[in-house]
Design a protein around this ligand. Sequence first.
Ligand SMILES: Cc1cc2nc3c(=O)[nH]c(=O)nc-3n(C[C@H](O)[C@H](O)[C@H](O)COP(=O)(O)OP(=O)(O)OC[C@H]3O[C@@H](n4cnc5c(N)ncnc54)[C@H](O)[C@@H]3O)c2cc1C
Length: 510
Amino acid sequence: MSGNKSSVAVIGAGLGGLASALRFLAKGYDVTLYDALDTPGGRAVVFEREGHVFDAGPTVVTAPYLIDELFALFGQRREDHVTFMPVDPFYRVEFTDGSTFDYVGEEERILAQIEKLSPRDVEGYKKLADHSRRIFDKGYTELADVPFEGLADMFRVAPDMIKLENYRTVYGLVSKYIQDERLRQVFTFQPLLVGGSPFRTSSIYMLIHWLERKWGVWFAQGGTGAIVRALVELFQQHGGTLRLSTPIRTIDVDNGAVQGIVTEQGERVAHDVVVANADPSMVYRHMIGREHRRKNTDRKVGRVKNSMSLFVTYFGTDKLYDDIAHHTIVLGPRYKGLLDDIFKRRVLADDFSLYLHRPTASDRSLAPAGRETFYVLSPVPNQLSDIDWDKMAPIYQDRILTHLEERMMPGLREHLTCAFSVDPRYFQNDLRSADGAAFGPEPLLTQSASFRYQNKSPDVAGLFFVGAGTHPGAGMPGVISSAKVVDRYIDAVGEVPRAQSPAATWKGAA
Ligand SMILES: Cc1cc2nc3c(=O)[nH]c(=O)nc-3n(C[C@H](O)[C@H](O)[C@H](O)COP(=O)(O)OP(=O)(O)OC[C@H]3O[C@@H](n4cnc5c(N)ncnc54)[C@H](O)[C@@H]3O)c2cc1C
């Protein structure tokens, strides 16, 4: 305790941890935000090489009002700190047959694209869009930021989930309405952005489609790193304490309640509340003694299926590639087969489907004059595979760059200014994620809502979870919403005026 304020430790300065730290601060708590790394942001850290600024992770900003809300807690306007720029098209999808699809927000423009590729699917898309709106109204508007604790909560929502056909997979639902295989891919790749295979994950994730249409796709000027910097500044300006390079080894528990934390350096700090933004599997298994865990036993944690991992190559060029969109999905020859290689067989395939990020399409300040900044991301199996990344990483990087050069970036190899990669070892070792997963537990129906790690620990009083591993799940909207869920459990210390949500001021295209 410091003074007479209740003291909170937030373990992890990812976006979920930052959002939660701000919410506790706004309620009058004394908040210390710890991170093992020497820079905040978690998966949203920034790498800088040769004058190029690389967002390491998230690039697609959706549901921007969630970030506005954090500033509004302190009576501030996000736009005075970070500028959001619309991205158009949201994504360009490139198929192996040479055709492309510009995935956009306005219905008329989407319909025109569908008409061009597969006229018979126009009516089906309208029905699919309406279905995804209904899923969004239930799964996002009503449930994304409310606590899920036990089976009773699941039974409460089960009838709606059945009505909305959430027992189907994303691919299953889309296939009900859309016949063209290319269009099926266009409307099913989105769960991959939160760690799920469209062939395994529940159609509840079709809400992403409506979320993108409703509020648009945005890019922060200066990159996602600018959002992290602004949130950290807000936190520190309002008295929050940020302790970087401070890995937490143990959460101290006595008599079933949190007492504080112990750092890896051996420092013991008393706190009344602990919010873990670290992977819950790692927290339960390695940071809390077995005697304090009746529910989240080693056996239960061991049964969690973790998401896939990623191989991400960051590179700069001294040639401009003006015709490449900001976000491009570069699909390979196989879709289901490749996803089965990643999620089921856990082998490194010879082919790949890629996401290519060109932030300099929207913001030239992210590269020196006359240069471009890129990253290219390939979903790969997590560390439960036998892939020897010490050996494979340079080979795989080379294969991806060659593929890009041959397919869409002529002269790439001779115009590289730098290139480096992260792979599952980064997620496992640097970000301390179980099995080197890039998105925490896989978003399966059996690992969603009450079946995901709960935001309020059922084992330890005063322990809460935010971030990708807990409800509602991975992705910036998910992890920022998880901080809202925890907020609902917390009483203010003293009088704190509640800010109005700026959600209503955002107008999307839908
Ligand atoms: C390459 C990539 C691209 C992505 N693209 C998008 C996108 O475009 N749009 C989108 O919405 N989402 C995207 N995502 C998903 C999104 O980035 C993540 O789901 C989200 O950022 C995770 O936030 P988090 O709150 O779970 O924290 P994390 O970012 O996982 O941070 C957790 C923090 O906890 C710290 N930590 C862990 N253990 C300890 C410990 N013992 N002691 C102290 N600190 C500890 C870690 O160092 C880390 O900083 C992407 C993810 C990746 C990897």
